[in-house]
Design a protein around this ligand. Sequence first.
Ligand code: ATP
Length: 202
Amino acid sequence: MRFTRLRLNGFKSFVDPTDLVIHDGLTGIVGPNGCGKSNLLEALRWVMGENRPTAMRGGGMEDVIFAGAATRPARNYAEVSLHIDNSERLAPAAFNDADELDIVRRITRDAGSAYKVGTKDVRARDVQMLFADASTGSHSPALVRQGQISELINARPQNRRRILEEAAGISGLYARRHEAELKLKGAEANLARVDDVIEQLA
Ligand code: ATP
């Protein structure tokens, strides 16, 4: 899966629809302080399902919506879409039926986030799994934010292990195991409840 275009609309400082075309090889983004370079990386994380406002340098998720400027009113929603070249058919099975994929996340004030893959409405978890299975995602070690290198150097071994697991592409499996364990606990609780009922009836 190759990312080929990131489209921002109303996301942070990108109030007007803006395309970042990602060509083969290296794409560099240069510009003066505060022009929005980090906002681009945050948009990429966000469309992949990032749900921690702190990772977006905000107090709440709605802080990613353009907040207005002297000459422009605030926007009511923000949308980011990521265009993926899937011609090698490396996307996870559920989404692997097209040569190109568009993953879209939109947040509307007071209504939260909605996700789409192509024209299909999906859950945040589906998008997070899609990227986790492709060994990437909002926590990918390939996305390095400012100050992260020193954090890595000072990280505890457990946290470093998490980073290695992300890189190895097995974090999706861990998430699934966690969900399976929760389901198992629920089933065990239900069984215990059934035992109680049977005991009362006997
Ligand atoms: P530096 O080189 O200093 O790291 P940068 O190019 O990475 O800067 P960013 O940090 O991406 O710049 O962008 C910061 C700009 O984005 C600031 O001008 C800030 O006001 C603007 N910004 C952030 N959130 C919003 C928002 N919700 N609405 C409007 N503008 C926003």
